[in-house]
Design a binder for this molecule. Sequence first.
Ligand code: ZN
Length: 85
Amino acid sequence: MILLFGTRATVETLAIVSFVCHYCGVAAPQEVYRRVNRFTIFFLPLFRLSTRHFVECSNCAATTALTEEQARNGAAYAAQRRTTA
Ligand SMILES: [Zn+2]
């Protein structure tokens, strides 16, 4: 019997916030996203192996790792700005 197993990564955008990038120094939109790695058997995702959060600059594409709380705060900030604007 052949058992096919592996991992699959999915990326989900949580928010887009605008601030000055630490790397390029330009005030540009920054994408806050979550990357989830799942264990798969026969290409079907079964369970979550890891979850990581990042912010990526739209100007220079530099990526910075975030904690889950930082990503949640970024999404809440973007939602707050959306409702007040
Ligand atoms: Zn940048």
